[in-house]
Design a protein around this ligand. Structure first.
Ligand code: NAP
Ligand code: F7E
Length: 326
């Protein structure tokens, strides 16, 4: 039997790298869309680069998307490409809309042109719930986004639903709550905290500026969440699914946990910096993923404390290697 083929946009990102690994382990031939930049940023996929095919393209460029589909001939497309950092979305609101919202339509239109049988996954986000109108949040919870990023993701979600309903595409929206890993970008709060806890432990830093310590998030492990993406596209019928752990923690809980892992008192190092406060905050996220459990058989495997410990350990090793420390 010939291997299934999948195209991943955003393959150089956190989720793209885990998803590519997962699909390879399932026997897929994996293609990834990569945009041109003046320096190569393939760190997260360097270990699998010989096993995947990279195609030059950009979610802002319609023709490149069509060509990528023609070259890769995928059965499944996972659209993970986005300007994904919420804070930046206030500084670059139009750009965020172009990439994170309209980019979804570009890719759907490319699928319409090249092959309507392709199964499509859209990386939707719990940021769409924003100022939550009910807790826990589930598939039927109304959206109330609180950032240009959240607004863009609401567009991406609804255009996915609309193309499913208008053209009968197998288009699915996965509403994923925050998921983290040692491969998380350094600007996101989990990685910022674990990296700084490790740095301070090793004597390489002595302060950590943070914003709102009271915000609550439902944090899971990215490796668990990419499995849910794949399961969604194996269903006969496309649908929308919430993916979450069902547990929530404050940023302060996260800080306590990470500094606890290295035996330090966080209050000696952490201070509040207004530069990291947001014009409008998402105060509380907690997801109800019982639909994913019932219909996909999906459940998270890694708990919050395990996740933070895994990230702190990885950052300690990274810094020790980089600085030749014992
Ligand atoms: P990430 O690490 O920021 O990765 C984003 C990816 O998108 C990178 O590969 C990036 O490429 C690519 N990209 C950005 N602009 C592009 C463009 N114009 N054309 C082509 N590719 C472009 O994000 P992530 O955490 O892996 O998240 C993956 C997706 O899930 C995103 O859509 C995100 O919004 C969504 N999401 C994430 C979470 C989460 O907690 N992680 C939760 C819900 C939804 P470069 O490497 O070249 O920058
Ligand atoms: O912030 C607070 C901040 O940037 C989490 C993206 O993957 O998940 C992510 O979005 C919370 C917020 O993630 C700092 O105010 C305090 O309340 O790690 P974050 P996010 O905004 O939740 C969703 C689901 C996505 O879809 C997004 O793509 O932490 N916070 N102090 C801070 N946040 C940051 N970044 N830096 C701080 O110093």
């Amino acid at each position: 039997m010939t291997a299934k083929r999948a195209l991943i946009t955003g393959i150089t990102g956190q989720d793209g790298s885990y998803l590519a690994e997962f699909l390879l382990s399932e026997g897929y031939e994996v293609f990834g869309l990569v945009r041109r930049s003046s320096t190569i940023n393939y760190e997260r996929i360097a270990h699998i680069q010989d096993d995947i095919h990279l195609i030059s393209g950009d979610i802002l460029d319609q023709t490149s998307l069509q060509k990528a589909l023609i070259t890769s001939r995928p059965e499944e497309v996972y659209n993970l490409a986005a300007q994904s950092f919420v804070q930046t979305s206030w500084q670059q609101a139009v750009f965020t809309g172009d990439v994170t919202a309209i980019g979804v339509t570009r890719l759907l239109d490319a699928i319409m042109t090249v092959n309507r049988d392709i199964r499509f996954y859209q990386a939707s986000s719990s940021e769409m719930f924003g100022k939550v109108v009910e807790s826990p949040q589930k598939e039927t919870t109304p959206f109330y986004p609180r950032s240009p990023y959240g607004v863009a993701k609401v567009y991406g979600h609804w255009i996915t639903v609309n193309y499913r309903e208008s053209y009968n595409l197998h288009a699915t929206s996965g509403i994923l709550f925050n998921h983290e890993s040692p491969r998380r970008g350094l600007e996101f709060v989990t990685r910022k905290v674990t990296y700084h806890a490790a740095k301070i432990k090793l004597g390489l830093a002595n302060k950590l500026p943070l914003g709102n310590l009271d915000a609550k998030r439902d944090w899971g492990f990215a490796g668990d969440y990419v499995r849910a993406m794949w399961l969604m596209l194996q269903q006969d019928t496309p649908d929308d699914y919430v993916v979450s752990t069902g547990k929530t923690h404050t940023v302060q809980n996260l800080v306590e946990c990470a500094f606890g892992c290295v035996g330090l008192n966080w209050q000696d190092y952490v201070y509040q910096d207004p530069n990291f406060m947001r014009p409008a905050e998402v105060d509380l996220l907690i997801g109800d993923s019982s639909k994913a459990k019932d219909q996909l058989g999906w459940e998270p495997q890694v708990q919050f404390e395990q996740l933070i410990e895994m990230m702190v350990e990885a950052d300690l090793k990274l810094l020790q290697d980089a600085h030749n420390l014992p």
